[in-house]
Design a protein around this ligand. Structure first.
Ligand code: SF4
Length: 332
């Protein structure tokens, strides 16, 4: 569901137009601040990691294929939609509860928060047997003060059966499906080892919207061989699919990924900070005002980051983007 400017509390103050951030959207809809609580459940993987459609995962993704530490900590067992056996379900349910309670407590102590959305964030959170998904989603919604779910996934891991279930949950809960789109150019998707196609993304985003579910599209700017025109074209196509919310993310290179070698061999040049900021500002200017914005950038402040180094400081980037938006009369 989207909230139109007419019905929301979005106002112009000091001649700046307040953009519909997801925080403002939730406050407008629920009358209070809603916090997303990210959870990461062991056993989940992706079809382009486990060999179903590809191996190694997306070229920028640091996953089990490259990280022996991660493999040691997590059970070797990986979920697969076609295998109904899940010996780790009870462990996963416990993990879900522990992670949720730990973060909720922290948020409550720091901000006095009261209402939450459980955000299934890591890997592909619909890539599992349906009974596992039902158990995890139902458990998450049973926690006190949880008003909904946000489910991060890929369009090639959605099915009518899963949509049936989450649509039933959406009758009285706030349910979001967050699709990694990244780009609508098939040549880019191939280059980054995505294992999915633009036509499949269009099909499943449309199907999800037809169920009345909230959809957030995740875009990456700075993908190999993409010009600003291509990035903005991907955004336009995402808008045409009637999504409810957008996340913008710069592509950065971290160690132990498929992209690492390309970068080190001079075969990949990261996007500059100037081009990234300019593209995000141009994007926000063409974004219909009823589409909320969940993220304008991302960064990683540890020694796994190889390039670009401006991605080290996310807060600095946010300030720069906010400043650039102010010049356009917009307040993020
Ligand atoms: S879909 Fe996400 S988790 Fe899976 S390989 Fe790509 S980036 Fe990594």
């Amino acid at each position: 569901m989207t909230i139109s400017l007419k019905n929301s509390k979005i106002t112009k103050k000091n001649s700046l137009e307040n953009l519909l951030t997801i925080g403002r959207y939730f406050r407008s809809k629920f009358g209070e601040t809603i916090y997303k609580v990210p959870v990461s459940i062991s056993g989940f993987t992706c079809p382009n990691i486990d060999g179903t459609v590809a191996k190694g995962g997306c070229s920028f993704c640091e996953n089990d294929s490259f990280s022996p530490n991660l493999q040691e900590k997590k059970p070797k067992f990986k979920l697969h939609p076609s295998n109904p056996l899940n010996p780790y379900l009870q462990e996963q349910l416990k993990q879900l509860e522990l992670q949720f309670n730990a973060t909720r407590q922290r948020l409550e102590n720091k901000f006095g928060t009261k209402k939450y959305i459980v955000y299934f964030q890591s890997f592909t959170n619909t890539y599992a047997p349906i009974e596992t998904l039902k158990a995890l989603y139902t458990k998450a919604l049973s926690f006190e003060n949880v008003i909904g779910l946000s489910i991060g996934t890929r369009t090639d891991c959605m099915s009518d059966e899963i949509l049936d279930f989450i649509e039933s949950l959406s009758k009285d809960k706030e349910i979001w499906v967050e699709y990694g789109i990244q780009s609508f150019y098939d040549e880019t998707l191939e280059e980054i080892n995505r294992g999915d196609s633009a036509s499949n993304m269009r099909e499943w985003i449309s199907k999800t919207k037809q169920r009345g579910l909230n959809v957030c599209g995740h875009l990456i700017y700075g993908l190999p061989n993409e010009t600003q025109e291509m990035m903005l074209e991907t955004l336009k196509q995402t808008i045409e699919l009637n999504v409810d919310s957008i996340k913008f993310h710069p592509l950065y290179v971290v160690k132990n990924t498929l992209l690492t070698a390309k970068y080190l061999n001079g075969k990949f040049e990261p996007i500059s900070e100037e081009l990234y900021i300019d593209t995000v500002v141009k994007s926000i200017k063409i974004l219909p005002r009823n589409i909320s914005i969940q993220r304008i950038t991302a960064g990683i402040d540890d020694n796994t980051l190889l390039a670009p180094l401006w991605c080290k400081n996310k807060h600095q980037q946010i300030q720069k983007i906010k400043k650039a938006l102010v010049k356009e009369g917009l307040r993020y």
